[in-house]
Design a protein around this ligand. Structure first.
Ligand SMILES: Cc1ncc(COP(=O)(O)O)c(C=O)c1O
Length: 475
C-alpha cells in the first residue's frame, strides 16, 4: 500500500469568509428605521462562516492528522486501542448526552446506576474493595491515589513518611505524581532481567517510605513474578503498595492487583476498556483501594440504598473532590458499555490477544533488532535499534511514511535507542505483518536517506532542537 497523507493549505477558521446567505456584514437602510446617523452602526464584527465551511475545515484538518480510526497505532505505554463505535453510539443517546451533570439524583437514576455498576465491575476485576471514579485521567488517578496515601499517613500520625520509591522503568507520571503530592522520589534500578532489583528495594525501604509505586507488567512488558515478595517487603516497613494500572490489559481476568497485594490502584480506562484517551482529561482514571483506605477516597462515590442510587459523600476523611462532578461520565459510560459487551470471557480473550499480538510481532522482528530482557512479553515489548546502526527516531519517521504510527521512542530510558511497541488486541494479522516488514525495511534503507524521512506527511523532518529552543506559539 503506498501512502501519502493529505495536505491542505488550510487558513485559520477566523480567516474564513463564507459569504453565505447567513452573512451580516453591512446593515443597510438603518436610516429608514429613524435611527440618528451619529449612533448608527454599519457593520457587525461577528463570524461569517457557514456550517459547511466549518465542517469541511475540521474534516480537512483531521485528514492531516493520524488517529486510531486511520491506522495501526502501536504506541507503547500510551495504549492507543481502537475505540469501538457501539460505545460511542451508546454515549450519544440523548438520554445520556443531554442529562445535566448537576441534575438532581432522582432525575438521573439511570446514569447513577451505570456508574455504580462500573464501580462494582472495577472492584470485581481488580479484587479491590472500594472505587472512586472521580479522577479524569490515569495520571490524575495516580495523583489522587498519592493524595489518599498522604492523607492516610497524616491521619495515622506518621509524618516521617516522606518518600515514594519508584523503579527506573516507571512511567514519568509516577515520579511527577509523587512529587506533586509533596513526597521525595527515590529511584531504584531494575535487575538484569528488567524486574525490580530486590536488593536495591530493600536498601531503599525504611520508616521514611510512604509508598512503593509500580506497574506490573512493567513498561518493558515484563511481568514481575517477585510481586508477592515485593508486597511483603513493602508492608513489613509499614508502607503502601501502589499499582499503576496502566498495564492492566495484559493480565485482565488472569490475576489482579488485589491478589498481588496492592493497596491503592488506578485504572487507565482508555488502556483497558477502549475509551478515548483523554490526555489529562476529559478521560477517566478511577482509583480503587483496600478497605482501610476507604475513608480517604475522593467523593462523591455512587451508593445504593433502599433501591435508590445516590451520591455518597460519607467518607469522613476524604481527600475531597478531584473533579467537578461525578467524573467523566461520557467516558465512564463507554467503559461500562465495553465491559457489558465483552463480558468476563471477552475481556479475558482481549487481554490474551493483546499479549499474543505483542509476542507475534516481537518474533517477526527479533532477528533484526535487539530485544533486551525476557523472551516472553506481555502487552508490549521494547526493542533497540542500536545494533542496526540506525537511530530510533529515524526508524520512527520512516514508519510515518507508511501510514502507520511509530512506536514510542526513547522510553523506557534504560534501553538505548529504544522503541516501545504495544499492538493491543485491536489489530489484524495483516497489519502486524506489514508493521514488521516496514520496521525491517527501514533498516534496509541507507542511513542518509532515512534521515530525510518522513517525506509523505504534511510536516516533514523538522529541526527538533530549534523547535524546542526557538518556540513559536503564535500563528
Ligand atoms: C505506565 C503508565 N502509567 C501512567 C500513565 C499515565 O496515564 P494517562 O495517559 O491516562 O494520564 C501512562 C500513560 O498512558 C502509562 O503508560
Amino acid at each position: 500500500m503506498s501512502y501519502h497523507q493529505a495536505e491542505y493549505d488550510e487558513p485559520l477558521l477566523n480567516q474564513f469568509r463564507s459569504g453565505s446567505t447567513y452573512r451580516v456584514d453591512t446593515l443597510e437602510h438603518t436610516s429608514d428605521l429613524g435611527i440618528p446617523q451619529k449612533i448608527q452602526r454599519n457593520d457587525l464584527n461577528i463570524p461569517d462562516i457557514a456550517e459547511y465551511d466549518v465542517v469541511r475545515h475540521f474534516t480537512r484538518l483531521s485528514q492531516m492528522n493520524f488517529g486510531v480510526d486511520v491506522g495501526f497505532y502501536p504506541l507503547g505505554s500510551c495504549t492507543m486501542k481502537f475505540n469501538p463505535k457501539f460505545a460511542d453510539q451508546i454515549a450519544s443517546f440523548s438520554e445520556f448526552r443531554d442529562s445535566h451533570p448537576l441534575a438532581p439524583e432522582e432525575f438521573v437514576q439511570g446514569n447513577l446506576r451505570i456508574v455504580y455498576e462500573l464501580q462494582e465491575y472495577l472492584k470485581e476485576l481488580s479484587d479491590m474493595d472500594f472505587v472512586s471514579v472521580q479522577p479524569l485521567a490515569g495520571a490524575h488517578g495516580e495523583f489522587s491515589g498519592i493524595l489518599v496515601a498522604r492523607k492516610y499517613f497524616q491521619d495515622t500520625n506518621q509524618p516521617e513518611r516522606t518518600e515514594v520509591v519508584i523503579p527506573d522503568s516507571a512511567h514519568g507520571t509516577n515520579p511527577a505524581s509523587a512529587a506533586m503530592g509533596g513526597f521525595n522520589v527515590v529511584e531504584i534500578p531494575s535487575d538484569g532481567d528488567g524486574k525490580v532489583n530486590l536488593k536495591a528495594l530493600e536498601a531503599a525501604l525504611s520508616k521514611k517510605t510512604a509508598v512503593f509505586m509500580i506497574t506490573n507488567p512493567n513498561t518493558l512488558g515484563i511481568f514481575d513474578d517477585q510481586i508477592e515478595k515485593i508486597a511483603e517487603m513493602v508492608h513489613s516497613v509499614g508502607a503502601v503498595l501502589y499499582y499503576d494500572g496502566a498495564n492492566f490489559n495484559a493480565i485482565l481476568g488472569r490475576t489482579s492487583p488485589g491478589r498481588m497485594g496492592f493497596d491503592i490502584v488506578h485504572f487507565n480506562l482508555h488502556k483497558t476498556f477502549a475509551t478515548p484517551h483523554g490526555g489529562g482529561g476529559p478521560g477517566a482514571g478511577p482509583i480503587a483501594v483496600k478497605s482501610r483506605f476507604r475513608e480517604y477516597l475522593p467523593v462523591p462515590i455512587v451508593g445504593l440504598k433502599d433501591g435508590k442510587f445516590f451520591l455518597d459523600y460519607s467518607a469522613k476523611k476524604s481527600v475531597g473532590r478531584v473533579s467537578g462532578t461525578i467524573g467523566s461520565f461520557g467516558v465512564l459510560l463507554r467503559a461500562w458499555s465495553y465491559i457489558r459487551y465483552h463480558g468476563a470471557d471477552g475481556l479475558k480473550e482481549n487481554s490474551s490477544f493483546a499479549v499474543l499480538n505483542t509476542n507475534y510481532l516481537k518474533k517477526k522482528v527479533e532477528n533484526r533488532f535487539d530485544v533486551p530482557f525476557y523472551k516472553l512479553k506481555k502487552h508490549e515489548f521494547v526493542l533497540s535499534t542500536a545494533n542496526t546502526g540506525r537511530r530510533a527516531t529515524d526508524v520512527a519517521k520512516y514508519v510515518l511514511d507508511h501510514g502507520m504510527h511509530p512506536p514510542t521512542v526513547y522510553f523506557p530510558m534504560l534501553v538505548h535507542e529504544s522503541m516501545m511497541i504495544e499492538p493491543t488486541e485491536s489489530v489484524s494479522r495483516q497489519d502486524l505483518d506489514r508493521y514488521a516488514d516496514v520496521l525491517i525495511s527501514a533498516v534496509d534503507e541507507s542511513p542518509e536517506r532515512l534521515k530525510e524521512r518522513p517525506l509523505n506527511t504534511p510536516v516533514t523532518r523538522i529541526d527538533e532542537v530549534k523547535a524546542a529552543r526557538d518556540l513559536k506559539v503564535r500563528w
